[in-house]
Design a protein around this ligand. Structure first.
Ligand code: ADP
Ligand code: MG
Length: 730
């Protein structure tokens, strides 16, 4: 437990669930980052020379020598031991979506029969975890199981409980990335390089461009006891069966509603612990569905924001248990109500401000703003299929295109004002735009944009990639996903678009064109090119699907086929141009995603089959026997014609139950058969396609009959907690 927190337990005496009330008297500014070895701590615990060197490593990517690492490790150890830390671990993000860690004690022999606490620079910078238990997509051959984890000094070290956590990348013996962080760092480097070069057109002082990410994490809470009684939730994170609750979200009374006491105490506890770990939590509220909530921090540099999101997901799960809840991060835990996403608010900034922030005070500022917006759109346009592939998973597939979340087509909403600006620029001609008599008198005819930020009111919730004032909001990311998958693609694609932009502008300048005129010309060309990605209408409508096909956007709706985008020639060329991932790494990632897709549905199908055979059908049959019994008794008791009339209802129910149970039994057999057929396929792509096309649809069609039975069978007999019980925390 965090040392800032003391707890008071209230409510128990009244026979209610205990509520743990965090009792924290300190202000956030006093305990923020208490457990983080940030610059403040470095300054205090490291010699001045070492501190300066570390700043150079973090800010400018200078290389870290072993002597410096040793000095840093010594300072870190001292700080950590003052907090009671006894162990350390490299903390990395393998391609399982979760995080991994292996703890080592600080202990070493003193060779005099005793022990000393040791923590060296070498242990800080590198470890060799066995990579064989992590997905590698064929990169790691079985005879070479070694993997390396290497410290990422840009992500500060932190303490959880008795352990010093060291954020690391994770690569194979042969140097290929086996994680999300390694390619993310390369993507961020690529976008920094490309965006800095373009930003210098407008301001030669710009030295560095940073990519920012502000995620909004949605989640559900359910009571721990009810959760434990649902094997499907326990094993797959979602309910595979369950009839709608009569009341769910139709009254719109949950969104931004008041937060139940037990939940708000959970949130408070979570926030305090998150703040102590340096996660700048800011916003919390109820979401649309009952029991659904959201947490959002202030945005941060993307690499750090990704770490913090991984950290908070773990923290949420742990803290929830203390409060008698289970935290569900699955994208669609309950059918019929909204699922959970993780909006990724993304922008680029320099130390002088946000590049996507418009309008500027001067025409040059405005042109800078428009350039970065348009080149982002170019990136999204050229790689819309790949962006979709970056967020798709077996679990997120339930959400996309389901009229509650972004459709399974990537497009961008710009809002009226920005659309007008782009249109004006596209349709203007240079003679009007420029007064070429003298460079200084250049006037840029971009309509005056009011000071009030663009489109804060004009929101379009159906757009997967919406411009929201000073950033783009990528809304299709799944709630349990590692944001890095989307951020790697987005940042690399934007880096590539900016690089290409600069090449074309420079060519025009070299041919003698004025710089601003050259920029305007290329921007204008690009506005025309990327037009198909711009869509401000209703993304949920049928017409949009047709229109998107006409525009040549990716409209693939099968998850395994969406993943093909990882290995198209365009994708491979882009990642290699930007030096972010090799073809081999992309093929591996594609294979791992396919494998994960298959496994998820495989597990669901098995649990679902078991539940049908062991829970649903036996219980329905038992209830049916009771009804049959009752019909017999009525017959014994009443005269024949009266008995017939009185038992008609039950006879009808008996028939219905039979028809549902026989459908279920027959189709569970088909489900098993479909799995067997799919399982023998050797090719991961074929197998995932088979699971998508033949196994997943059976889960849905059988579920319909199970849910019907739930409505018929005596509530006392029904073995699983129902939606109406799970969805309303009191
Ligand atoms: P909403 O739900 O209305 O979209 P929230 O306040 O819940 O808004 O979340 C907005 C998120 O966007 C926050 O994490 C915030 O820090 C982040 N954000 C704001 N400005 C930027 C920006 N320029 N770049 C990246 N993220 C940003
Ligand atoms: Mg948002």
């Amino acid at each position: 437990m965090s040392s800032t927190l003391r707890f008071q337990v209230v409510g128990e005496a009244f026979g209610k669930k205990p509520v743990y009330v965090p009792n924290c008297t300190e202000r956030p500014s006093e305990f923020f980052a208490k457990y983080v070895f940030n610059r403040q701590k470095m300054f205090k615990y490291l010699p001045a020379k070492v501190y300066r060197k570390m700043c150079d490593v973090i800010d400018n990517g200078a290389s870290l020598d072993l002597a410096t690492a040793d000095a840093v490790a010594a300072g870190m150890k001292q700080w950590a031991m003052e907090l009671g830390v006894t162990h350390c671990t490299h903390w990395f993000q393998p391609l399982t979506e979760g995080t991994a860690e292996k703890h080592d004690g600080f202990v070493e022999h003193d060779w005099k029969g005793g022990m000393v606490e040791e923590f060296s620079g070498k242990e800080l910078i590198q470890q060799e975890p066995d990579a064989s238990s992590f997905p590698s997509g064929g990169i790691r051959s079985t005879f070479e199981a070694r993997g390396y984890s290497a410290w990422d000094p840009a992500s500060p070290v932190f303490v959880i409980g008795d352990t010093l956590m060291i954020p690391t990348i994770f690569i194979s013996y042969t140097g290929e990335a086996l994680d999300y962080k390694a390619p993310l760092k390369k993507a961020l480097h690529a976008v920094d390089k490309a965006a800095t070069a373009v930003a210098q057109y407008f301001n030669p002082e710009v030295k560095k461009v940073v990519s920012n990410l502000g995620w909004e994490q949605e989640y559900f809470l359910v009571d721990e006891g009810l959760f434990a009684a649902r094997p499907d939730l326990v094993m797959t994170g979602r309910t595979l069966m369950g009839h709608d609750s009569a009341k769910n979200q139709q009254m719109d009374d949950h969104y931004f509603g008041s937060i139940p006491m037990r939940v708000s105490m959970f949130m408070k506890d979570l926030e305090i612990q998150a703040l102590e770990l340096g996660i700048p939590c800011k916003t919390r509220h109820n979401e649309v569905a009952p029991n659904q909530f959201e947490l959002a921090p202030i945005f941060e540099e993307t690499n750090l924001a990704v770490d913090h999101n991984m950290l908070i997901m773990g923290l949420m799960r742990n803290v929830a248990r203390k409060h008698g809840f289970r935290c569900l991060l699955h994208e669609k835990p309950f059918a019929g109500i909204n699922g959970s996403g993780k909006h990724n608010n993304w922008s680029l900034s320099t130390d002088t401000g946000i590049l996507l922030h418009g309008p500027g005070k001067t025409p040059t500022d405005n042109l800078r703003f428009v350039t970065f917006v348009v080149e982002t759109l170019m990136a999204v346009y050229k790689h819309n299929g790949l962006l979709k592939a970056s967020i798709i998973s077996a679990t997120n597939a339930h959400r996309l295109g389901a009229n509650e979340a972004p459709p399974a087509i990537i497009s961008s909403f710009l809002g009226k004002q920005l659309s007008d600006v782009l249109l004006a620029l596209e349709e203007s001609d240079d003679d009007k735009l420029f007064n070429l008599s003298g460079k200084k008198s250049m006037s840029l005819d971009i309509p005056q944009i009011p000071d009030l930020m663009l489109d804060n009111t004009d929101r379009n919730r159906t757009s997967p990639f919406a411009f929201t004032g000073n950033r783009f909001e990528f809304r299709a990311v799944g709630s349990q996903a590692n944001c890095a998958a989307a951020m790697i693609v987005l940042n690399t694609a934007v880096a590539d678009a900016l690089t290409d932009f600069k090449t074309r502008v420079d060519a025009l300048i070299a041919s003698g064109m004025d710089k601003i005129k050259a920029i305007v010309k290329v921007v204008r060309d690009d506005i025309k090119t990327c037009k198909p990605i711009h869509f401000d209408g209703n993304g949920y409508s049928e017409e949009w699907k047709q229109e998107a096909v006409r525009r040549g956007l990716d409209v693939e709706s099968s998850a395994p086929l969406m993943l093909d985008q990882y290995v198209t020639p365009e994708t491979i060329a882009m990642f290699s141009r930007m030096e972010v991932m090799s073809e081999c790494e992309l093929r591996a990632r594609n294979e791992i995603k396919l494998e994960t897709y298959t496994k998820k549905i495989q597990i669901e199908a098995r649990i679902f089959g078991d539940l049908c055979v062991n829970h649903v059908v036996p219980v329905a049959t038992r209830y049916q026997s009771q009804l049959i019994d009752n019909v017999h008794k009525i017959k014994d008791f009443f005269p024949a014609d009266e008995a017939e009339r009185l038992s008609a209802n039950n006879v009808e129910l008996i028939r219905k139950i039979s028809s549902h149970t026989s459908f279920i039994t027959e189709n569970v057999d088909k489900l098993i058969e479909a799995r067997k057929v799919a399982n023998v396929l050797e090719d991961e792509r074929e197998k995932a396609i088979a699971y998508h096309d033949t196994v997943a649809p059976l889960l849905e069609s059988i579920r319909y009959h199970v849910d019907k039975l739930e409505m018929i069978v005596d509530d006392e007999l029904w073995p699983l907690p129902k939606y109406r019980e799970m969805l309303f925390i009191r």
